[in-house]
Structure formats: C-alpha cells, structure tokens
Design a protein. Sequence first.
Lengths: 203, 221
Amino acid sequence: MSFAAENLTCLRADQLIFEGVSFSLSPGDALWVRGRNGAGKSSFLRICAKLLKPLSGMLKWEGEDIRSDSSNFHGNYHYLGHQDALKPVLTVSENLSFWAGFHGTPDVARALAEFELDLLRDTPAGMLSQGQKKRANLARLAASDARLWILDEPVSALDQHFIDLFKARLIRHLQNGGMALFATHQDLMLAKVRTLNLDDIAS
Amino acid sequence: MKRFFGLIRRDLVLAVRQGSAVTLSLCFFVIVVVLFPLGVGPELSVLARIGPGVLWVAALLSCLLTLDRMFQADFEDGSLDLLIIGPLPLEILVLGKVIAHWLTSILPLIVITPVLALSLNMPTEGIWTMSLALLIGTPTLSLIGAIGAALTVAMRRGGVLLSLLVLPLYIPVLIFGAAAVEAAIGQLPATPHLLLLAGISLGSLVVGMFAAAAALRLALD
C-alpha cells in the first residue's frame, strides 16, 4: 500500500500556485503540508483527494494512476476540509450515521465516544459551536476505515484537550499502518513526520 | 443500492424538517393558479379554455423555485465534496438528488392539482388526464433542471441564470402536456400525447443524468 505524487502542478484562475511537487507515502507515514496563506495547501490537498484536477503530474495509489479505472483508490481515503458538511437540522448522530452509511462503515457509537460527543449526540448540528462541529467531523473521520487521511486544518477551533485527543488518534492511525496528509499552521509535535513546505517550491 | 436510498432518505428528512421548500413551491403554485381567474375574469368558459395551460405553466415556474437548491445546499456546506469522493458514481448521485427533488417539490403539486383544476372549471375527464400527464411529464422538469442546477452550483445568485437556461428546454413538455389535457376535454384520444411525454421523460432521464454529472465535474474543478 502506497500513495505517491509525481510532479504535481496546480493552476488556479490563470495563476501558477505550485509546480513540480512530488512525495511518496508508505504505511505509517505522515506528511505535514506547510506554507503561508495562499501557498496552495488546500488546493494541494484537494488535488490529492481527487476533488481538483492538477494541471500536470500524476497521483498513484499502489502504483496505479488514481484516475485510471483499475485503481482502487476510492474508499481507501477520507477527506476533511474547511467546511463541516453537517446539516443543521439533523442531529449529530444522524449526520454521522448518514456519512458512515454512505462511506460504508456503520460504527458510529465508538467514534462519537472517541471525541466525547456522547452528550451531544441528539443535539441538532446547527446548535453546535465551531469546535464541536470540528469534533463531529473528526468523529466522521474516525468512524471510517480509510487507510489514507487527507486533513485540511484538522485542529482549527479545537481546544488543547481535543488537540491532544486528535493527536493520539492520529498516532494510533499511523501505528495501525495508516497514512496521513495534513495541513496545519501549528506544529502538532508528532515524533515522526515528514514536512512538505510549499513556500520553498511556490513560484 | 443502500447508499442510493440512504441519500434519498436523507434529502426527504431534510425537506420535512426544514419544511420551507415543500410549502414554498406549493403555496407559489396555488397562488399563481388562483391569480389567473382574478386577472382574466370569472367567466367559466374562458377559465376552462386556459385551465390546462395555466396549470402547466404554474407547475414549471414552481419547480424552478426549488431547483437552484438541488446541489447548492450540499455545495455550500461541503457535503458535495464528501458525496463525490464516496463510492457512488456521480451519475447515480445525480439521479438520487433528482428523485428527492421530484418527491419533495413536484409530487405535492400533482396531489393538489385536481382541486385547482376544479376551481378552473375543468371537466372531470380533463382532471384525470391532467394528473396523469403531470405524473408522466414532470420527471423531465427535475432531470433537465438538474443540468442547469449543476452548471450554476458554484454561482451566487445563479437562480435567474438557471431559469433562463432551463425554461426554454421545458417547452416540449408544456406543449404535449397541455395538448394531452385539451384532447381529453375535447373527447379525443390523449394517449399519443401522453406517450410523447413519456418519451421525453425517458430521453431526459438518459441525457439529464450524464449531462448533470458532467456539468458538476466542470463546475467544481
């Protein structure tokens, strides 16, 4: 199991954001994507999540181009973006159950407990604070059995207690042979992490 | 398959809890139809003459009201990203959203149509054909509308553009839908018109799914 990028180039609104980005991940690896505002961190992660097309370059899952039909990339990764993807009129557990069912992993109770959302499970998502919404999103991630996590600002709006909790969960994911790509502004102080600084390669 | 129905069920639950979409298009439909007798006068023969056309035009317009939210609500809160990276092909996803839109925004219109048709002095045989024609023809409205909704998903205030894109494409449905009812009222066979409506619906089922999926890919990239 491996995930690799070769010479990714990103063009947004006729502006070259970055070019020639390559990396490779094998089980247990985490890649910390850094860069100033506008360096293209989110675009980079969206390209990796197959939500944007790169101008050139290729992404490979187990050696296969993720855009080819033979690749089984689908279902092996989970994306967490800036937006919370929670419907305000559904309760937290209804929101999570829908996504868990949609992505094929119905174990919601454990994920709720993991991010201490038990008391909030029947609260409509519209009443949650920013941090609680983020926790609900992290629980959605924890409920999935995806091998590759693609995380855009996973700890923004979280307090220190939940940052630690998320870190512990991330480390457990990596120890179980998972992989992670994440962009944060603060250092998560992971013991073993590789860094990709988009400022160095931005044009 | 479970995921497909899960998506439709979620949209139905959302529509029921929010309530606004269903009641909005329904009230709009009723008000537009009721405005016509006030405008053209209460003469029963005139009302019976324009009834089928009025009901069809009102149905087209009320459908437009909710069309722009078909993908936009999911786009704005990031759900659309997660739906796309999920295991369902985009075409099937579009079909699920279309079915949910039809059930929440158009089915209520069809249910209330007989009452409004009565108030427009439509003969009984016309009312049955009217309901049947709406049932057969309206899936086209959601399917073709999905293409426009997908194209304008990333646009703020895309609703007006959406109407301009989609309304001209509704003309065939309007023509054959109204013609079927008029044929039934005039004691002529309505079946050919209904069959043509069914043909349009099936055609737009094929075209709409693929075109809307392609439009979504285009709009999101």
